[in-house]
Design a protein around this ligand. Structure first.
Ligand code: SIN
Length: 326
């Protein structure tokens, strides 16, 4: 028998991919995070005779790291997940990780992991838009595709595989609440595709340089993470909630500005006051594509093309790293 020289570890965190609805024809009203990771893996792989050739050299291990609907993802779970990733990545026989996750906050977790893990091994998140017991559920195929990407020698760092598409963690965003291909990588586009058990990398994709901002061991206990919120410019935006947040002790604010990071005078005045009071302010755009291009009219630091939610993750980690250097 041929030796299995690749070991892929699959970490379960919950989500719709592990969800169950009342019937096999109910795809939208269901309870997320019901099935265990062993069951998901068994369904995705089926009998070994039917494994794709690219997985024939692989052995699999799994761990249930969490079991939650990702709308409830929290800093404790992030720290635990990062620690378990670090643990498995440090084993010399482990060649890649797959993480099952809910779609709703997946892009935040993916970006967070990309900023605290610095392994050359593939770390592939996957998910589903239909619960596990739905007729024609998308989870098993997505998980199988993710395993194929984790088994491929090409490493993108942290990425997402869903609906046959491979997205880099820096660019991916959930852009649709219900359809099966709910993710998009904006102007940058896909890193590759998985089709018929074949992984195709796109030559047009340039992997960004993502250096980890912090090591997992440098993450503070969740209760000590700085408080960072997101505020948005919109018609008649006011500064009153900024003042309330500062009063309540917020430490960082990300502003999702309109267009190229613009904001009305009330919001700008409120944020300037907050910044003078010591609150860190970062600028992103509420447009779902493109980056804020800084000009002399910009008063706050722009987020180098990250979405508001990823700008928040970046700011949290920057602030944590500043706290450690003092
Ligand atoms: C979740 O994010 O856990 C629920 C929604 C989903 O996975 O699609």
């Amino acid at each position: 028998m041929q030796a299995k020289n690749q070991k892929i570890v699959v970490l379960g965190t919950g989500g719709t991919i592990a969800g169950v609805s009342a019937s096999a024809i109910e795809g939208l009203a269901y309870k997320a995070a019901q099935r265990g990771i062993d069951n998901l893996l068994e369904v995705a792989l089926g009998h070994q005779q039917h494994w794709p050739r690219a997985l024939s050299n692989c052995q699999f291990d799994s761990e249930q790291v969490a079991q939650l609907d990702s709308k409830d993802m929290d800093f404790e779970t992030w720290i635990h997940l990062a620690q378990r990733c670090e643990h498995w990545l440090s084993q010399s026989d482990v060649t890649g990780l797959v993480i099952t996750h809910g779609t709703d906050t997946l892009e935040e977790t993916a970006y967070f992991l990309s900023q605290v893990l610095s392994s050359a091994k593939p770390i592939v998140l996957t998910c589903a838009m239909r619960p596990a017991n739905f007729e024609g559920a998308d989870g098993p195929q997505n998980l199988r595709d993710a395993l194929l990407v984790a088994a491929s020698t090409h490493s993108l760092g942290v990425c997402l595989v869903a609906a046959g598409e491979i997205h880099h963690s820096r660019y991916v965003q959930k852009i649709h609440p219900t359809r099966l291909n709910a993710f998009d990588s904006g102007e940058t586009g896909l890193a590759g595709r998985v089709h018929n058990d074949q992984v195709q990398w796109l030559d047009t994709f340039n992997t960004p340089n993502t250096l980890a901002k912090l090591r997992v061991t440098q993450l503070l206990p969740a209760a000590q993470w700085p408080w960072v919120e997101i505020v948005m410019n919109h018609v008649n935006a006011s500064e009153l909630h900024i003042d309330a947040l500062v009063q309540a002790g917020v430490k960082g604010l990300v502003v999702a500005g309109t267009g190229n990071g613009s904001m009305n005078s009330n919001l700008k005045a409120g944020l300037e006051t907050a910044q003078k009071a010591g609150v860190e302010v970062r600028l992103a755009t509420r447009c779902n594509q493109g980056a804020v291009v800084p000009t002399e009219n910009h008063y706050f630091d722009a987020s180098s093309g990250l979405s508001p939610v990823k700008t928040r993750v970046a700011l949290l980690l920057d602030m944590m790293s500043q706290l450690q250097s003092h």
